[in-house]
Write a protein that binds this ligand. Structure first.
Ligand SMILES: [Zn+2]
Ligand SMILES: [Zn+2]
Length: 792
């Protein structure tokens, strides 16, 4: 901390300084101004609407007892659309009351028709339990809401099937339990009026593609019993929610996105840690060779770490008497932030550091309540923690929220920022950028955060690796008929033919029949080979599973593996047994695996011929091998060393987007022939880093390859591919938004203040080639050529 004045701490109940004044003091502490943008998000007055005329007095009275005097405008609008029989998605902010939008039409229907039923799906059991409490709390006659999931005792299951008219469950239970047991559920399904899909943005990628087919199977069973339920979906704000909901359900869906709920005002600052002068940066320890591609040193130019910056901000706000919560991605990171803030405060005023704590997962309920109490009374002023969703702490009345690194989606960002603000008071939120191209882009493009959302929830129901097993499940439930082909969409006929050829289905005049005695085993989260079990050596306890595709990256020997906030180190990865042995350990480094990749084009699905530039979407075969991993100091990001690994290669058939450029166009843009590989490689890294701006995904979901001459394209080419067999929709989304995506990529590189490239722009922690070669200025030239030629 650079402040020289001894801080004084105001009493806990005082309101801290106004957010604007506080921010002014924070940004004046160091040399230079790290703030790239300040957005005043004004307080919003709620817009109430009258109760819809169709809402029965009994239901209005029940909501009134719970304190709901009238719905907000968006709730009433979505509810009426659904009540009139339209499929609706309500995509509004955190705490905007999305549940009323589906409770209202669903419960009104249950009251009006004593036979009707409702099925509610949540991504987690905890959310379903919350909703159960809310619906049961309304005390409506004859609704008999009940959770039906893996924890439901056998003895209660039959009662629920027969008598509950509001069943709350999750997609896994629908897939494994309800649909295979449709005969027992026929009474319920026959009368099904509404299907509610809560938090539907969580159904993305391969998992989302599976859930999309589970919902089609549900619709098929309902149709067999003569029911056509209305679908009501709730989602975090996102780009194009109607399209995402349409893909998920296979139905036309209307979106309601205008949030009419009230909220407090927030002063939101975007904060970019300064670049360290080159000579003061910690030089990377030379990499140990794992192959000649690793024998380069990393570029040394770095920014001050987001953790250090967050720790200083936390110390400064606490010194001002401001109640502050800092969100940090990992538990170890949260501890580093809290420890550094404590040290800085104790240096200024001995004992002041005691008012900062790190939140460790696994606290007992009483301990969590004690933490809440200490924060409420001001004994504790600063808390560093991982994600609020894991927090289990009900924190209210915070004056400031520090967000260390973009949490991946706008929904999470607003959820974290939303923790700040006491009733009616202005609060401060600060997003501290990490050294990552997406963070760099966002702090220089506030419109991407505060303007209309562009990031979309993507899934690909046509993925053959999802479609075929799902069709097998459907065939067990009832023979497939030609009429089902349209329901299951593109690729269904081909997938059925393959199942016939493989001997799984038999074609008869009345349809396609499942030939085996056993049901197919299909895991909704299964991706690319059998999942690998993570087992604690000392106890034999199974901690969880990691899908086969990510296991080499996440569970190689020596990897630091985080599970529910607790850190483990991998002792051994036994691929034959599909099992990784780990022990509890919290080293002060993180690990980053690197792979080498080879890629060949199988087919082209779609392309844009733009003169010297070509943009393609198609199938590719990727061969990759994880060859080494890097250990990096958590507090500083400093590279400790690079260690070799001995893992087999893996094959992946997937979907890729790629662009080619003519050598002549590169030459006339000023890219020297020798610099072409570095230019393409740098553009590839940044493009991968920016894809989460367009689609909710992270680096593990995508991979890339660039080459100055690819044998299949016969041109300089950059490939970006889905890291899941058959594709998960990410490459397709990239292709569909190519010019916006590559424009953002170009801007992120150009706007990074470094000279030769750094982790904030063109370096990648996953690079299989040790971030070599990379040419930052030539990457901008490459992307300019693409953008000049590509139609918008
Ligand atoms: Zn940079
Ligand atoms: Zn690379």
């Amino acid at each position: 901390m650079e402040s020289s004045a001894a801080p004084t701490v105001s009493a806990g109940h005082d309101a801290g300084p106004a957010p604007v004044d506080l921010l002014r003091r924070l940004r004046a502490r160091g040399a230079g101004d790290p703030v790239t943008h300040v957005e005043r998000v004004p307080a919003r007055v709620g817009v109430p609407a009258p109760w819809p005329a169709w809402a029965p007095p009994e239901l209005r009275a029940a909501f009134a007892r719970r304190g709901v005097v009238a719905p907000w405008q968006h709730q009433a609008e979505a509810a009426t659309l659904a009540y009139d029989g339209g499929h609706v998605i309500v995509a509004t902010g955190t705490a905007s009351g999305k549940s009323l939008a589906y409770q209202l039409p669903a419960l009104a229907t249950l009251l009006a028709d004593p036979r009707a039923t409702v099925l509610y799906l949540a991504p987690t059991k905890a959310l379903a339990a919350d909703q159960l409490r809310a619906v049961a709390g309304l005390e409506l006659e004859g609704v008999r809401p009940a959770c039906y999931d893996g924890d439901t005792p056998r003895a209660e299951r039959e009662w629920i099937r027969r008598h509950s008219r509001f069943v709350l469950t999750n997609p896994d239970m629908l897939h494994h339990g309800i649909l295979p047991g449709h005969a027992q559920w026929s009474g319920f399904l026959r009368r099904l009026a509404y299907v509610v899909i809560d938090e539907c943005h969580t159904y993305r990628g391969v998992f989302g593609s599976h859930v999309a087919h589970v919902l089609r199977r549900l619709r098929r069973q309902c149709a067999r019993f003569g029911a056509t339920p209305v679908f009501v979906l709730a989602s975090a704000t996102s780009g194009d929610p109607a399209t995402a909901a349409g893909r998920l359900t296979g139905l036309p869906v209307t979106a309601v996105t205008e949030d009419a709920s009230p909220r407090g005002g927030v002063t939101f600052a975007l904060w970019e840690p300064p670049l360290l002068p080159p000579d003061s940066a910690t030089p990377a320890v030379p990499a140990q060779a794992a192959g000649d591609h690793d024998a380069t040193t990393d570029l040394v130019q770095v920014r001050r770490s987001a953790l250090r910056e967050t720790a200083d901000l936390l110390a400064d706000t606490v010194a001002e008497g401001v109640r502050t919560l800092a969100f940090v991605r990992s538990r170890k990171g949260a501890e580093v932030v809290a420890a550094n803030a404590r040290r800085a405060l104790d240096d200024a005023v001995p004992g002041l550091g005691d008012r900062v704590a790190a939140y460790r997962g696994g606290y007992l309920r009483e301990e969590r309540r004690e933490l809440e109490r200490a924060l409420l009374h001001g004994d504790l002023l600063g808390l560093a923690s991982t994600n609020a969703l894991e927090l289990g702490v009900d924190l209210v009345g915070l004056d400031a929220v520090l967000i260390c690194g973009y949490p991946g989606t706008r929904a999470s960002l607003w959820q974290q920022a939303g923790r700040a603000g006491r009733s009616g008071q202005e609060a401060l939120a600060v997003l501290v950028a990490r050294d990552d191209p997406l963070d760099t882009y966002l702090v220089h493009h506030p419109e991407a955060i505060f303007g209309a959302p562009v990031e979309a929830t993507v899934l690909d129901p046509a993925n053959p690796y999802v479609l075929a097993p799902q069709l097998a499940c459907a065939a067990v439930e009832a023979p497939l008929t030609p009429a089902d082909l349209a329901l299951f969409g593109d690729g269904a006929k081909e997938a059925i033919d393959q199942l016939v050829e493989a001997g799984a289905l038999r074609q008869r005049p009345t349809g396609w029949y499942w030939r085996h005695r056993e049901r197919p085993e299909v895991d909704l989260r299964g991706e690319g080979g059998a999942p690998v079990c993570v087992v604690e050596s000392a106890t034999g306890r199974l901690l969880g599973t990691v899908d086969g595709g990510s296991s080499h990256f996440l569970l190689h020997p020596g990897a630091v593996y985080l599970h529910q906030g607790i850190s483990y180190v991998v002792d051994d990865l036994d691929l034959a047994d599909g099992c990784a042995l780990v022990h509890v350990e919290e080293p002060d480094w993180s690990t980053h695996a690197r792979d080498v990749t080879d890629l060949s084009v199988v087919s082209v699905r779609s392309y844009v011929d733009a003169g010297p530039v070509g943009m393609f979407l198609g199938e590719v075969d990727v061969t990759s091998q994880v060859v080494s991993y890097q250990r990096r100091r958590i507090a500083t990001g400093e590279v400790i060393d690079t260690r070799p690994l001995d893992l087999p290669t893996r094959e992946l058939r997937t979907v890729a987007v790629w662009f080619t450029l003519s050598p002549r166009s590169l030459a006339s843009a000023g890219v020297q022939q020798a610099d072409v590989p570095g230019a393409l490689h740098a553009a590839e890294h940044a493009a991968i880093g920016l894809l989460p701006l367009m689609a909710t995904c992270d680096r593990w979901d995508i991979g890339g390859l660039s080459t100055a001459l690819h044998p299949d394209t016969e041109a300089p080419t950059v490939f970006v591919y889905d890291g899941h067999p058959g594709g998960a929709g990410f490459a397709e989304r990239a292709y569909g938004t190519a010019s916006a995506w590559l424009r953002a990529t170009r801007d992120a590189i150009a706007e990074c203040g470094c000279e030769t490239g750094c982790p904030s722009c063109v370096q990648s922690p996953k690079c299989g080639n040790g971030n070599n070669p990379l040419s930052k200025p030539d990457a901008i030239r490459v992307l300019d050529v693409v953008l000049e030629n590509l139609p918008a």
